[in-house]
Design a protein. Structure first.
Length: 573
């Protein structure tokens, strides 16, 4: 049975009613919950048989340290009260920084609104998992559920041997550094976002590689964008009692090191394990919540690993990707993107590109200047989530069909538009009758057509247009080549935080676009971290014009800022 100590710094403590409600819920769940006033000597004594303690880190931080020193096995949960102007993003970052500073296992960040200080709260775990809650009762239930999974676990202990890595694995180390640096450009490893200067450049996740000497793994709180030899450690053994034997230049291995080592022991077909704080929909999601650095971490994923799973999702944590060859990673990530899965998050993730009434896309601006009869037959091809179809409806067009090759995206569009769409793609329009449409539109998606398919696509479009029909599509203007271009985007509105890390690796011909989007939604009580990886092409206008003319269509182009809109029509029309 779990014993929880709930500490009130004063009788009139601002968040006292919150902590008392947590104690009530803990008791109702079968725990022993004791509400105590702040008295160091008494709390140290009664903590001897306690498994967890929750207290305000600012008002009771010293007491928490004393209790931990007297009873190292106790799980510390902090309370971080935010001021009235705190944003969701600031609450996450400040709460996690407090968690690290006070060495807590969990942090409860309270975002006040109105009179109820627990109207919105964030439960933050040590690996920066997030549980958003709206309302005190929901907060209490979420707290008890998460606490139950976090206490009473046996933590691993590190036996560190200094002196650096053995020269026998220099080749493995060079390869691991090269791949880690490359994968960091794919938005796989989010930053700590901690205020503590002890963690400069620290990023979550790990890369582990099999070597003849043991498991080579990125060090704890390492930077993956600019890794060097000192950012890696070697696991030579993990004892039955959980002792982890590590060799390095001075840094401890990732908390997940025992798990990575065990995976490589169990699966001789695997040579790399990559851990990222995202969730991949094609992976196996294990039911148990576990804490990194504990023996339960392996127990939670053992069955999935032993059954041959390649992608394993850990609740409130992230995903494990098991690779035989490093070349397997990119196809796995691309197969798990928002276009094929989790399309309900697409508009959140790409809100920066969505048209609005006061900010239409180049496609909408071009169509608005065209004399399109309201009863024209229209096909919104590559319709995505239906945003482009809605924009066409706003022009008064009343005969609009919509289609996409992704059934996941199409399902979102159908729900949004209240009617059925069709499954079709630019490369195969064989199910559409010839001369069926006066207007065909594609917003942004034409860039995904492979160069070798341009001629076939142009002929497909020409076939389904009426004699006076037009094809309107847009794309980005030429982006200058460079190794990478990264940026962070953050929006917060209507109780939803969307935080995106975007990275583009650009060549003259193509762009590899990757982004990790974190969504904290108080309206649904969900925290999601999704990754989107896709490859699009920089088609030269001259090449497009050549291919469309060969299909019997003339092509006009209109530059609008960093976008180009094209209009294809029958030659001479």
């Amino acid at each position: 049975m779990i014993k929880l100590l709930v500490v009130l710094p004063t009788e009139d403590y601002r968040h006292g009613h919150v902590l008392r409600r947590l104690a009530e819920e803990a008791s109702a769940s079968g725990m022993v919950a004791e509400v105590r006033m702040q008295d160091a000597a008494a709390l140290v004594e009664c903590s001897e048989d306690a498994q967890a303690l929750i207290a305000d880190v600012e008002l009771s931080g010293d007491l928490m340290r004393q209790v931990k020193a007297a009873n190292p096995s106790v799980t510390l949960i902090g309370v971080h009260g935010c001021n009235d102007a705190t944003t969701i993003a600031a609450a996450m970052d400040d709460g996690y920084s407090s968690l690290l500073k006070h060495r807590c296992t969990m942090m409860l960040a309270l975002l006040p609104r109105g009179a109820d200080s627990a109207d919105r709260s964030l439960l933050i775990t040590g690996e920066r998992g997030i549980v958003p809650s709206k309302g005190l009762d929901t907060t209490a239930r979420s707290f008890v559920d998460l606490l139950t999974s976090r206490v009473g676990q046996q933590h691993n202990r590190t036996e560190l041997t200094l002196g650096g890595l053995p020269g026998s694995i220099d080749g493995d180390l060079a390869e691991a550094i090269r791949h880690t640096r490359e994968w960091a450009k794919w938005s796989l490893f989010p930053k700590y976002e901690a205020r503590d200067p002890k963690y400069p450049g620290a990023e979550f996740g790990f890369v582990a590689k099999r070597t003849a000497a043991g498991t080579l793994i990125t060090a704890r709180a390492s930077n993956k964008e600019r890794p060097g030899p000192d950012d890696f450690a070697l696991i030579t053994a993990v004892d039955e009692d959980g002792t982890v034997h590590v060799s390095s230049a001075g840094r401890k291995a990732s908390l997940n090191a025992p798990l990575a080592h065990r995976i490589l022991q169990e699966r001789r077909d695997i040579n790399y394990v990559v851990h990222s704080h995202v969730f991949l929909p094609e992976g196996v999601t294990v039911p148990a919540v576990s804490t990194p650095g504990t023996t339960d971490d392996w127990n939670a994923v053992a069955q999935a690993v032993q059954s041959g799973a390649q992608v394993i999702n850990q609740p409130h944590h992230g995903t494990l990707i098991l690779l035989e060859h490093h070349q397997q990673l990119l196809p796995i990530l691309m197969a798990n993107g928002l276009y094929r899965h989790n399309s309900e998050f697409y508009d959140h993730a790409y809100a920066r590109f969505q048209a609005t009434v006061d900010k239409p896309t180049s496609l909408e601006r071009t169509i608005n200047q065209m004399a399109i009869p309201l009863n024209a037959s229209v096909l919104d091809l590559c319709c995505g989530t239906g945003a482009s179809t809605l924009a066409l409806q706003a022009f008064g067009l009343n005969k609009i069909d919509f289609a996409d090759r992704s059934t996941s995206m199409l399902a979102v569009a159908e729900s949004r538009l209240g009617r059925k769409g069709g499954v079709a793609e630019l490369e195969d329009l064989s199910d559409i009758p010839s001369g069926a449409y006066d207007l065909v539109t594609v917003r942004q998606a034409f860039a995904y057509v492979r160069p070798e398919d341009l001629g076939r696509v142009a002929k497909n479009i020409a076939r389904i247009l009426t004699l006076s029909g037009r094809f309107v599509f847009n794309g980005f203007a030429k982006i200058a080549a460079g190794s990478s271009k990264a940026r962070d985007i953050e929006t917060e509105r209507e109780n939803v935080l969307v935080r995106t890390r975007e990275n583009n690796q650009i060549t003259d011909e193509a762009v590899l676009h990757t982004q990790r989007t974190e969504i904290v939604d108080f309206n649904t009580g969900r925290w999601d971290a999704v990754l989107d990886v896709n490859h699009f092409y920089q088609h030269a206008p001259e090449r497009l014009r050549e291919e469309f003319e060969a299909a019997g269509l003339s092509l006009e182009s209109y530059h609008q800022g960093n976008s180009i809109c094209y209009v294809a029509s029958r030659s001479g029309e």
